[in-house]
Design a protein around this ligand. Structure first.
Ligand code: ADP
Ligand code: 5SP
Length: 512
């Protein structure tokens, strides 16, 4: 039997999975790491920590699965997008990576807005500048850390640092490159014009390949250390959402991916490049060769539930321990006893600022409409609903763009909750499908490795052969109607509170 390895470098942990050539999941292992927030709005991680976690997870995976690692025929990578890893001439890490949810680059985005403007950025890179994207981070380092900037010779995206440690090669692929603001998404190549106007050396970014392409093989040292055979190919892989779309079979028009990870994503496949000229959504390359996708991203999705659990979930932790269940299951079951609409309570999930549809680093979260009747269960339900309302904002834009939306496939940690899946179906008004085996981006990365290693003729065919749907949840018409009323109010709340959010952020920053 031949095996494939998928590695997904998430924001909270790295997940490694082993898949056999028939697409069956053989085993998985994760290793976590912290998110550093040294200043309000900043988010960083040390790339070396990613690598140590990856090696630890792979050691655990091989030990647990009992599979001889020498039977592995290909490796695929996926990971959190947009983060920047700065390397010097010796390919040493110069500073912690600045992540996708880091909000420090508002001034750099403004500069790009003034000096480039929508007509050019739509023509060159199909996307507007956003604080999470890579190029503004480079400009920030140039201005605030000139000593570091002087030493930069290479810039990598997070998963591509793992590729570098596995293979010694500097490379990326089109889906992740799309989120740098330096990539011509329509022509699937780097944009010389954007490098020139931002005065960023083009040779700092690595070669960008199609996602199934094998650009390199593992080094002998890595083969020896991990017990792999020499020369195992590593394919391009994908940004976590594009790889997640492959891993859930979102490789056809009409299928939509909703990801409930740290961030929340609504992702629609497209056969042609579809540029939202108003730039409300991202227009990126898909990890499927010659295909694209349109995507809305909220910065804090399942992270809201994690935040809520961390701060108020001690009692639920105890119950979970005693009953051998996940604390999230305990919390979601309690939320299920509360009627839709949480008895008139709304939650705005902008705990990390926001991206879609409000590109606002200083947006903040809120509970709105509290009364003495509201208890913890109602507030938990409001958190789940608030995330779903925020995702519906992206779906509404997709409807305006006439993107076909026939079925939602859910993935990410939050998708484990049937209660949350039902809320998504009832708020979005579209059937929500979960998968028999949901390993999301890591599985997509493994299937891409299978195409690259020549085990499958195409990743689309592998998806159709191997991905099985399990649970189908239809929207309940009564609840949908009730949620429509709540959504009308939800939509107004950001506009109402925007100025107050900004003032609060200013006051908080003054204390540092
Ligand atoms: N059973 C569950 N029910 C609801 N939410 C869950 C459950 N298990 C995990 N989660 C949520 O999923 C999150 C982790 O999601 P994941 O997709 O692994 O994140 P990332 O890829 O961004 O690191 C947790 O923080 C938690 O909020
Ligand atoms: O910024 C984006 C996509 O544009 C995020 O989706 C990141 O890619 C992080 O993903 P998760 O760790 O939440 O999966």
């Amino acid at each position: 039997m031949k095996y494939l390895l998928g590695i997904d470098l998430g924001t909270s942990s790295v997940k490694t999975i082993l898949v056999d050539q028939e697409g069956r999941m053989i085993g998985s292992e994760t290793a976590g790491y912290p998110l550093e927030q040294p200043f309000p709005g900043w988010a960083e991680q040390n790339p070396k920590v990613w690598w140590y976690a990856t090696v630890a997870a792979l050691d655990g995976l091989f030990k647990k699965s009992g599979v001889d690692p020498r039977q592995i025929e290909g490796i695929g990578l996926s990971g959190q997008m947009h983060g920047s890893v700065f390397l010097d001439e010796n390919k040493q890490v110069l500073r912690p990576a600045i992540l996708w949810c880091d909000q420090r680059t508002a001034a750099e985005c403004e500069w790009i807005e003034k000096n480039v403007g929508p007509e050019k950025w739509n023509r060159w890179v199909a996307n507007r500048p956003l604080t999470g994207f890579t190029a503004p981070k480079i400009l920030w380092v140039k201005k605030h850390e000139p000593e570091i900037y002087r030493h930069i010779r290479h810039i990598l995206l997070p998963k591509d640092y793992i590729r570098f440690r596995l293979t010694g090669e500097l490379a990326t692929e089109v889906s992740d490159a799309s989120g740098t603001l330096l990539f011509d998404v329509v022509r699937r190549t780097w944009s010389k014009e954007m490098f020139d106007v931002l005065d960023i050396p083009a040779d700092w970014m690595p070669a960008a390949h199609e996602s199934h392409f094998v650009s390199s093989v593992i080094t002998s040292e890595v083969a020896d250390r991990l017990g792999l055979k020499k020369g195992v190919p590593v394919v391009g892989g994908g940004g976590d959402n594009a790889a997640g779309a492959v891993g859930t079979g979102v490789v056809k028009t009409g299928r939509v991916l909703v990801s409930l990870g740290t961030s929340g994503v609504v992702f629609a496949h497209s056969d042609q490049p579809l540029v939202d000229i108003e730039n409300r959504l991202h227009s990126f390359c898909h990890a499927v060769a010659g295909k694209w996708h349109t995507m809305g991203v909220i910065l804090s999705a399942a992270e809201c539930l994690k935040w809520w659990r961390t701060n108020v979930g001690q009692q639920e932790e105890q119950i979970a321990k005693q009953s051998g269940r996940s604390v999230y299951d305990v919390m979601c079951e309690a939320a299920d006893t509360v009627p839709p609409g949480s008895n008139g309570l709304l939650f705005l999930p902008y705990l990390l600022g926001e991206r879609t549809p409000y590109a606002d680093p200083d947006a903040r979260g809120a509970f709105i409409g509290m009364t003495l009747r509201h208890d913890k269960a109602a507030m938990t339900r409001a958190v789940l609903e608030g995330v779903a309302f925020a995702l519906r904002d992206s779906l509404e834009i997709m409807k305006q763009l006439q993107i076909p939306l026939s079925e939602i496939r859910v993935t990410g940690g939050g998708a484990k909750s049937k209660v949350w899946r039902q809320i998504i179906a009832d708020i979005m008004g579209i059937e929500v499908v979960s998968l028999a085996v949901d390993e999301g981006p890591a599985y997509g990365a493994a299937l891409l490795a299978g195409e690259g290693a020549g085990l499958y003729p195409s990743v689309e065919e592998a998806c159709e052969n191997f991905i099985r749907t399990e649970d189908r949840i239809l929207p309940n018409p009564e609840r949908l109607q009730r949620y429509d009323e709540y959504y009308k109010i939800y939509r107004q709340m950001y506009g109402v509170l925007q100025n107050q959010f900004h003032r609060l952020s200013e006051l908080e920053k003054q204390q540092y």
